[in-house]
Design a binder for this molecule. Sequence first.
Ligand code: 1HN
Length: 350
Amino acid sequence: MSATLSNDAAAQLRALYAEMQPRSLYPLWEVLGALVTPQPRSPARPHRWRYAEAREYLLRAGDLISAEQAERRVLVMENPGLPGSSSITSSLYAGLQLILPGEIAPCHRHAQCALRFVMEGDGAFTAVDGEKALMRPFDLVLTPGWQWHDHGNTSSQPMIWLDGLDLPTVLNFDASFAEHLPASAHPETVPPGDSALRYGRNMRPMRGTATDRRSASQPLFHYPYAEWRESLRRIARDGDPDPHLGYALEFTNPADGGAVMPTISAHVRLLPGGFSSRPRASTDGTIFVVVEGSGSARVDGEDLELQPRDTFVVPSWRELVLRADSELVLFGYSDRTAQEKLGLFRERRG
Ligand code: 1HN
């Protein structure tokens, strides 16, 4: 509300508000400025979670509660600016999940889309609709909405990964559904790697044949580190990095060439040692994991120092400058694809 009112009118308006309130009626002019801001004003804050610290707490939880008892034994990385929300940005969730040797995290499915980005361990699996992905450090594994998934660890080491979900988005739409499989594990319907053979080689099964096994809209769900790292390594050998992003590759869904899931985009980037990015802001608050190297993320002038396996978050429309002390490799995910579909995505490159 911009115009000044007489004392009399102001007093009468206050009386009017008090009378309307029991009928759930409110004056827009008192809140309009906070609702329609000239630019994003996220309550989320830039923050970094040290992997070594979180890991200690997670292993202590592992001594006290089993994966089966917890259903999912996860420490939520909640944004300090969004207390009580279990959210890392206004639209996305992040947590660190531990599965110990011999454990099973029982089979369920839900409307929410999830990704896993492996932090440590080797050989535990996520099974998606009956196909196992054997997980290695820094692999990306997807669990698209409404696909059955369970996790198991038949290796001899603990396995820890980051879970990224669109929980706050689904909550916002009041569209959450979930169910449990009566058995703790889904029957194994195809051998590990089956979907990569059928859909991961710029080919696909002929339509309408029995070789077309997976959901037509989400055929691939395992993006191994060995493959994406090799691509980054080789494209960084010749050609210049993008001044804002470094060498950056987005993971895609081969069904349509778009983002990996309807609400989540994911990418990796490599910044050569000594490289400083030009400042950039975007409307998609982004969660990053440091894969390799060290450096810093300066967010609106505040420095977050980065070490391997740290997670950090850059909220919407905060200016990010990345500096690589040694060759820095990052994984990142955001709601960019959802914003693009809604016509909301913007970026500013300085
Ligand atoms: C979930 O289903 C998993 O399947 C992990 O591993 C974390 C956080 C909230 C809701 C569902 C999983 C989750 C989750």
